[in-house]
Design a protein around this ligand. Structure first.
Ligand SMILES: *Cc1c(COP(=O)(O)O)cnc(C)c1O
Length: 355
């Protein structure tokens, strides 16, 4: 049976990216060797990392003066690298979920990390809007898409200080005005590549301003100077990322991607709102286009397990909600085709009829 992959992360990748990666594992560029068994300092691999960086710049329209890095350690290491490199005394954080809370907690080890607002009291079901970012903060940190709670900041914010964003789960889902950000980072395993590589887009001029000593591996300037090759980079995930970026370009870039993502999300949210059995958990204006969270209405709560089983028997994978929200989460990342969303909607309709 056809599987419809709604996994939250690691998650669906375009089929052709997986096929091209498999090919490179067997016989990279026709050289008769696997990409797994050659030096990262070969011309063949340098071309991969260079093309990946060029496609990053092209697809996101990154202005000059920014560097694109491919690092290890996951988005979680960035929770520490960001304050290490950017916080002298004080930084501001918008607390919109589990990942934002972890970033904030890590920053507290480096100085005064101010929580400007939080939606924790409402189980993070909305994005706070009225808050003040202190003018003397070294940066303001946001999480643009809250993977667990299904909320998203849909616009590039204006910030009075350097804006830093965790875009792990919505990078490349829409065009971004990179010039409004000082630094953007994310783990690749939601919307870009297999687990193992972390991307960082950083405005060069914001670096070198803190007085603390930064260990070599944690200093962004090390990786800028060495073109992400100070040490051995995560070779295979970078290869897959390059193929995903080629795929994004081939379908028409981020405007087209955004159009498709809006259409997919609308299809599912419309059904959640129409269907007698289900209700969405996120406040409407903040609903994520990438992670769509919904639960059974209280009077139908007993049907939750039955619906999961029914959906599974129809090929749906990864629909169980995160334990902190419960219910269901359909991740509708870039690579998920609208046909899979339609299949889920059909399941929901059928289940409503039977109950
Ligand atoms: C998954 C996720 C992370 C954690 O990423 P790792 O690469 O596993 O450290 C951080 N932030 C967001 C928004 C995520 O979705």
């Amino acid at each position: 049976m056809k599987k419809h992959n709604f996994n939250a992360g690691p998650s669906i990748l375009p089929r052709e990216v997986i096929e091209k990666t498999a090919e490179a594992v067997l016989n990279f560029n026709g050289i008769g060797l696997s990409i797994l068994e050659i030096s990262h300092r070969t011309k063949d691999f340098e071309a991969v990392i260079d093309e990946a960086a060029v496609l990053f710049k092209e697809l996101l329209d990154i202005p000059s003066g920014y560097s694109v890095l491919f690092l290890g350690g996951g988005a979680s290491l960035q929770f520490c690298m960001v304050p290490y490199n950017l916080m002298e005394k004080k930084a501001a954080y918008l607390n919109t979920g589990t990942w934002a809370s972890k970033a904030l907690k890590e920053a507290r080890a480096f100085g005064e990390a101010v929580e400007v607002a939080s939606s924790k009291e409402a189980n993070f079901n909305f994005i706070p809007k009225n808050y003040t970012v202190p003018q003397d903060a070294d940066y303001f940190h946001i999480t643009t898409n809250n993977t667990i709670f299904g909320t998203e900041i849909h616009k590039d914010l204006d910030s009075p200080v350097t804006l830093v964003a965790d875009m792990s789960s919505d990078i490349f889902s829409r065009p971004v005005d990179v010039s409004k950000y000082g630094l953007i980072y994310g783990g690749a395993q939601k919307n870009l590549a297999p687990a193992g590589v972390t991307f960082v887009i950083v405005k060069d001029e914001i670096l070198g301003k803190v007085s603390r000593h930064i260990p070599t591996m944690l200093d962004y300037r090390t990786h800028i100077a060495e073109n992400s090759m100070f040490n051995t980079p995560p070779v295979l995930p970078i290869y897959s990322a390059m193929e995903t970026l080629r795929w994004l370009k081939s379908i028409g870039g981020l405007k087209e991607m955004e159009k498709r993502n809006i259409a997919k999300a609308k299809l599912l949210y419309d059904e959640i709102d129409r269907n007698r059995l289900f209700v969405g958990t996120a406040k409407e204006e903040d609903r994520s286009l990438m992670n769509i969270c919904f639960v059974m209405k209280p009077e139908y709560q007993a049907l939750e397990g039955d619906f999961l089983k029914f959906a599974q028997s129809n090929g749906m994978v990864g629909l169980k909600g995160h334990r902190s929200v419960g219910g269901f989460r359909a991740s509708t990342y870039n690579a998920l085709p609208i046909e899979s969303v339609q299949a889920l909607v059909d399941c929901m309709k059928e289940f409503e009829k039977a109950n």
